[in-house]
Write a protein that binds this ligand. Structure first.
Ligand code: FE
Ligand code: FE
Ligand code: FE
Length: 180
């Protein structure tokens, strides 16, 4: 791999594979979510992800390559971790907290990839591709922020309360306090 063009193409294939993997896994996470707000956030991001795959296909077309993924061990690992949490967490509210955190790890991987790809597209004078990549980058950042908000306002609080109920421990504080 000797040129930035080639590196760009390979990384595009990496994130293309990742987005497809996400499209396979997010519906499972949405089904498992106990919180309606968390399920809705996942559902919304499934739709966004379909648009993101479209954008990547447009960029493949711009560089004259067939849209083809290349296995991304990072996303496979993150999906595996999410699967483990879904299997292992007995309490539904604790599971929601774990699944939300797993989803944020995925968003952070995507934010890293799209940030890099947009910077490389600039360098390669691919203005239109850079714009498409930044549109997706913003969606990933917004999703991450939304998940953080959900965690602070609802999911972590309920996980703590649910856990306190089963363990007989006093929960660390109410919804309001945790949101501040
Ligand atoms: Fe994505
Ligand atoms: Fe990767
Ligand atoms: Fe995403």
């Amino acid at each position: 791999m000797d040129t930035l063009e080639k590196l760009f193409e390979e990384t595009l294939r990496d994130i293309f594979y990742a987005e497809k993997a996400i499209l396979k896994n997010l519906p499972k996470m949405a089904r498992k979510a106990k919180s309606p707000a968390l399920a809705a956030a996942f559902e919304e991001h499934i739709e966004q992800t379909e648009g993101q795959v479209d954008r990547l296909e447009q960029i493949f077309e711009m560089i004259g390559k067939a849209p083809r993924g290349k296995r991304c061990p990072a996303i496979d690992g993150l999906a595996e971790e999410a699967g483990e949490i879904m299997q292992e967490a007995k309490d539904a509210t604790v599971r929601d907290a774990g699944v939300l955190a797993a989803a944020q790890a995925v968003e952070h991987y995507e934010i890293s990839r799209y940030g890099t790809l947009a910077a490389w597209a600039d360098k390669l004078n691919m203005t239109e591709a850079a714009e498409l990549l930044r549109t997706t980058l913003q969606e990933e950042k917004d999703t991450d922020a939304k998940l953080s908000e959900l965690a602070l306002s609802e999911i972590n609080v309920e996980a703590d309360e649910g856990d306190a109920k089963t363990s007989g421990r006093k929960s660390k504080g109410g919804r309001k306090e945790a949101a501040e």
